[in-house]
Design a protein around this ligand. Structure first.
Ligand code: ADP
Ligand code: MG
Length: 343
C-alpha cells in the first residue's frame, strides 16, 4: 500500500471510530440566580443542544415555582393565601396544596420546630435592611405561630387559617421541592448523571464514572472554605446556616431561621447539614435540626433512620450522626463523633 493510500484508509477508519462515539460527550455546568439564590445544574451530556434545553427547562421550572410560592412578590398564589385565608378558604394548585400538606407533616414530626407559620413573626424581619422586631412586636405577633391554625381541605383543595394574624412562608422547603422537580425533569429527558442545586440544597443522580460526586460543607465563618467534603451518589444534601441571610447587631446575629417558640433567630447551631434521599426531605430537616439544636436535632435524625446529619455548634464543634461518625480510637462506630473543624 502506498503511503498516500494508507493515510486515506486510516482517515476513514478514524472517521468511523469518531462517529461510533458521541460527538460532544462532556460535563456541562450552568448557573442562574433564581428564588433569591444561586441555582446550578451540572450533567453529563452526549448532545450539547439537548443538554442545554434540559438545563433551561430546570431553570424555567424553578422560576415557575418561585412565581407560585414566593412571599417576596405580591402576585403569587402564596401571597394571595396570606392575604385571604383568615377570612375564607383559598383554592390553590395541586402542587402547592401537596407541598403544604408535606410541610404540616414535618411540623408534626418535629414537634413544631419546622413550622411554616413562623412567618407570622418572620415577616417583621428584613435582613437586607437590618430590621428586626422588638420584644413588644414579637409578643403581639407570636400567638399567630402554630401550624394547627393551617387547615387543608382535600375535597376543595383549599387552605384556610383559623386565626387572624397567621401567615405562612415556604422558604424552608420550596427550594428542596424545586431541586427534586429539576432532577425529575432531567431523569425524564434521559440524563443519568446530574446534579441540581439551589442555595443550600443539592440532589445528585448517578456517579462521575466510578467516582462519587463531592459536595463541600462550608465553614460557617468562611465562605470559600469547606471543612468537610462529602462523597455522594444518588442522594440529596441540604445545609441550613446562620450566614445565608443575616445581620449582626449588639454582638448578636439576627438571621433567617426562626425558632417558632420564641419568634427570635435560633442560635444553638451555626449550621445543620442533612443527607437523605430527596431534597425536599433534607431541606425540611436541615431547617428542623437547626431549630431543634444539637441534642434534639441529632435525636430526631437518629430516630428517622433514613437520614444523616452534620452540625456545627456555636463553639465550633462538629457533631455527626451515627451513620457519619468518624471512627475514633477504641470507640464504637455507632457513637456520635465530635471533632474540631479544620480548614
Ligand atoms: P436557605 O436554604 O434558604 O438558607 P433553609 O432551608 O435553612 O434555607 O430555610 C430557611 C428558610 O426557611 C428561611 O428563609 C424561612 O423562609 C424559612 N424558615 C425559617 N424558620 C423556619 C421554621 N422554624 N420552620 C419552617 N421554615 C422556616
Ligand atoms: Mg432547609
Amino acid at each position: 500500500m502506498s503511503i498516500r493510500n494508507w493515510f486515506a484508509l486510516s482517515g476513514v477508519a478514524l472517521l468511523c471510530l469518531c462517529s461510533a462515539y458521541p460527538a460532544q460527550a462532556e460535563w456541562i455546568y450552568r448557573e442562574q440566580s433564581i428564588m433569591g439564590t444561586r441555582c446550578a445544574v451540572e450533567l453529563w451530556s452526549e448532545d450539547r443542544e439537548r443538554a442545554e434545553q434540559a438545563i433551561e427547562s430546570v431553570f424555567a421550572d424553578m422560576r415557575r415555582i418561585d412565581a407560585l410560592m414566593s412571599t417576596w412578590k405580591s402576585d403569587t398564589q402564596l401571597a394571595e393565601v396570606n392575604r385571604l385565608a383568615a377570612q375564607q378558604p383559598v383554592v390553590v394548585s395541586q402542587e402547592l396544596f401537596d407541598l403544604l400538606g408535606v410541610a404540616l407533616e414535618y411540623s408534626r414530626d418535629t414537634a413544631g420546630a419546622f413550622d411554616i407559620t413562623y412567618a407570622s413573626v418572620g415577616y417583621l424581619y428584613d435582613f437586607r435592611q437590618h430590621v428586626h422586631p422588638d420584644p413588644q412586636q414579637i409578643r403581639a405577633a407570636l400567638p399567630g405561630i402554630n401550624f394547627r391554625y393551617v387547615v387543608l381541605d382535600p375535597a376543595t383543595r383549599s387552605i384556610r387559617y383559623t386565626r387572624a394574624g397567621t401567615r405562612i412562608d415556604l422558604g424552608g422547603i420550596a427550594k428542596g421541592h424545586a431541586v427534586d422537580r429539576g432532577i425529575e425533569l432531567l431523569r425524564q429527558a434521559g440524563f443519568t448523571r446530574a446534579m441540581v442545586n439551589s442555595g443550600g440544597d443539592t440532589r445528585i443522580i448517578g456517579d462521575r464514572f466510578g467516582k462519587p460526586w463531592i459536595v463541600g460543607v462550608r465553614d460557617p465563618d468562611k465562605e470559600s472554605v469547606s471543612f468537610l467534603r462529602i462523597p455522594l451518589t444518588d442522594a440529596a444534601i441540604s445545609t441550613s446556616g446562620d450566614y445565608e441571610r443575616y445581620f449582626d447587631e449588639g454582638g448578636q446575629r439576627f438571621h433567617h431561621i426562626i425558632d417558632p417558640a420564641t419568634g427570635d433567630s435560633a442560635r444553638t447551631v451555626r449550621s445543620a447539614t442533612v443527607i437523605g434521599a430527596t431534597a425536599l426531605r433534607t431541606d425540611a430537616l436541615s431547617t428542623s435540626v437547626f431549630v431543634l439544636g444539637p441534642e434534639r436535632g441529632l435525636e430526631l435524625v437518629e430516630r428517622l433512620k433514613d437520614v444523616d446529619a452534620v452540625i456545627v455548634t456555636p463553639a465550633g464543634k462538629v457533631l455527626y450522626s451515627s451513620g457519619l461518625a468518624p471512627p475514633e480510637a477504641g470507640a464504637d462506630r455507632s457513637t456520635t463523633g465530635q471533632s474540631k473543624p479544620t480548614n
